[in-house]
Design a protein around this ligand. Sequence first.
Ligand code: AGP
Length: 616
Amino acid sequence: MCGIVGYTGRRPAGPILLDGLRRLEYRGYDSAGIALTDDDQRMYVAVATGKLDALVQKVEGHYPPATSGLGHTRWATHGEPSDRNAHPQLDPDGRVAVIHNGIVENFEALRAKYARGPFASDTDTEVLAHMLATRVEAGLDLLDALREVVGEAEGAFSVVVMAVDQPGRLVAARVGNAGGIVVGVGDGEHLLASDLNALLSQTRRVTFLEPGELVDITADAVRYVDLDGADLAKQVEVLSYDPVSATKGPYKHFMLKETFEQPEAVLNAIRGRYLVHPHRVDLSAELPPERFSETWARDLSRIVIVGMGTSMHSAMVGRHYFERFANLPTEVDNSSEFRYRQPVLDERTLVISIAQSGETVDTLAAMDEARRAGCTQITICNTPGAQTTRVADGAILMRVGPEIAVASTKTMLASMVLLHSLALYLGRLRGALSVETEAQQVEAVLRLPSAVGEALDLAPQMQALAEQYAGAEDFLFLGRGLGLPVAMEGALKLKEVSYIHAEGYAAGEMKHGPIALIDEKMPTVALAPQDDVADKMRSNIEQVRARRGEVIAVVSHGDRGLEGVATHLVELPEVDALLCPIVSTVPLQLLAYYIGLSRGADVDQPRNLAKTVTVE
Ligand code: AGP
């Protein structure tokens, strides 16, 4: 969850590190810090509590022109956000600096065994600096010292270290699945980062560390080894990711920008996958027929989709598609539950994981479970090169550009579209889908980018509703069928960006408890498009109204049937009923955004959250 960046080369490291941290701030923003070493074997360290700006104010114009260093933005796990708990953490003599993402689970035992002096922080990280300093002092090479140290540390984490008497050198290790390390290869320089965003303004030539691998970089050399010290060869990949899309442009917040990018995001997700002549879906580029054959597809007995948060909500939409188009029983599971409940899996189960980051620790652990059981795995991901894409047998990339706001928007829409495409593709491979249904669905999807654009035209209405309801302390979101995941997503978005308590509920469940909450102070958002459960939703809305609850009903294009029943109608653009979630999510994103804005919340970086969740 923390952001990591490192640089060694010929340019002053300070500005490069701050630029990298700026691009990583969405990962964690409790505190930040940098350490630089120069050729005179001096270490410059600066940390600041709070957002990155606090650090920038402290260091800009003050740091030495050192050409190597490391930087960190923190999402606190051990110890409150404070200067003393900020990274880099040092050994008592200030000879070794460590930045770290993830958790060292046995840090207390290590502290008891390896303390070189009193500990200055509450972190699980500091002991690593003590352990390294002892080994480096004893003459061990920094890479070997780090290998030994991570060999004793339990848990999943990534770590980057630097020693004052070895300027120009950074060593990093990835242990388990607590977020990756990307190595950037420049001209006479090398970089390290916890994710691509931090590197792409400097280089597009990268390699990725796998769990159990270490890297040792200087300006001119890079060496990869495994935990036993054996050398590894890695191929440099050249990425075509667009760093420009990681800027806010004219928008006040990334969340708004990313919400408004959704027509293009959907277009990018469908391009080359939904074909016009003939109307069919083609995923053979991502799922090569030699591996994902008709025989394989016909032999599948069921699907399990795993993900967390927004990704799990899109999985819930996907379940409907797989059951309908591919005729396969489909379960959806929260990755963190799935991984610990000994799920029954076999070679005929297809496990689909969804993760915009591709680094979510619970989803990676769920994938490990699936791998152990011999399941075929397909992942849907927005981050080229992310760990999920390397673990899965097949990866379908969202191609929507970096999503910076902590609250996911465009990646939810892309995930739903890609699940739809995968369901159609599997359905055809299995012989479960008629040519007519596939053609009709492809036709409907090709209209989606403009329908999503029309949904954005609801912004003024959603802004007005937001102003009306921004004072509410509780919200209920109700849906049935394909509307349920949208209701859950609407509630999650609102919680994240406005700090209003919100519940996303199956409308049928309302009478079994939540109805007790309804009064004139608790607004309800009801997903009520014209589908096969529309009548049931109407009854639920009437039940809320009968208890003086106000209802914002999200309804189909031109449907005035709830006029005089619901308090407000939000009319969706025309869209195929099965694709409705992809459009109806949009006004709920806008509602959450504008309510957050009205309440003065930090919409892009909500308190306590981080974009990529790499700790349990
Ligand atoms: C979305 O708004 C959330 N910030 C969060 O629930 C997110 O969807 C979740 O952490 C999963 O992330 P992933 O897709 O990168 O795995």
